[in-house]
Design a protein around this ligand. Sequence first.
Ligand SMILES: C[S@@+](CC[C@H](N)C(=O)[O-])C[C@H]1O[C@@H](n2cnc3c(N)ncnc32)[C@H](O)[C@@H]1O
Ligand SMILES: Nc1nc2[nH]cc(C(=O)O)c2c(=O)[nH]1
Ligand code: SF4
Ligand SMILES: [Mg+2]
Length: 242
Amino acid sequence: MNKIPVLEIFGPTIQGEGMVVGRKTMFVRTAGCDYSCAWCDSPFTWNGSAKDDIVKMSADQIYLRLKEIGGNQFDHVTISGGNPALLKYLGELIDTLHEHKIEVALETQGSRWQDWFVKIDDLTISPKPPSSKMKTNWQVLDDIIDKLITNKRLSNTSLKVVVFNNEDLQFAEKVHQRYPSVPFFLQVGNDDLEEHKPRDLASHLLEKYEWLIDKVMANSALNHVRVLPQVHALVWGNKRGV
Ligand SMILES: C[S@@+](CC[C@H](N)C(=O)[O-])C[C@H]1O[C@@H](n2cnc3c(N)ncnc32)[C@H](O)[C@@H]1O
Ligand SMILES: Nc1nc2[nH]cc(C(=O)O)c2c(=O)[nH]1
Ligand code: SF4
Ligand SMILES: [Mg+2]
């Protein structure tokens, strides 16, 4: 069996973001990313700081570990990273989880296509706005969205843009206008990744949430959208593994 580089497996917890926010889920976080976003909240997945924690695991080993931690208290697994779309053989893990009647969500930035995207129950594609300092390859993203539409995966797919400022909001508009049929989410950017007091971070993020709500309410190009904070950041702050 092919092995997957895993950095952490945790849960059950709530999915704190996006299309299935609030859903009880386990997390599998893979190592490695083709981006290096200025504000990445999980830089240990790609900057080498946790390289000794990476474990190469088969799909069966990951399933066993999920059961060891989560017991019978879950029926949903979210795969995040890093960029799990770098991993050609993730389809084996998705099949293993489905065989055990477990639904599978996945978080990626839309820089790579994998054929197993069409098997994901809740696929979040999160193109990166200017504040990240990353550049979207629109040809690649067009191709990904085209393939998902052709395969009738729209009800299993969402776009999610993190917003820190007005320029990011314009980028969000552009993404929504380019792919109007894809369910669209705007997410509050967390600009304080050092804060260790969850309540202080929460009140700061709620102010940013109010700013984002006001902006979106006044914007006629952003009508068919949802606006959300990272709920896990409101509850647990910058803590890892929740
Ligand atoms: C750590 S990323 C991993 C998945 C994939 N690499 C991606 O970026 O979509 C998971 C989600 O967290 C979001 N995210 C990362 N840093 C953030 C921050 N500082 N504030 C808000 N959301 C953030 C990303 O945009 C993405 O939607
Ligand atoms: N609770 C919780 N929800 C999340 N949604 C997306 C996450 C991620 O890091 O990909 C995440 C995470 O790390 N924790
Ligand atoms: S794409 Fe995702 S994991 Fe990669 S650097 Fe950006 S936010 Fe972090
Ligand atoms: Mg996170």
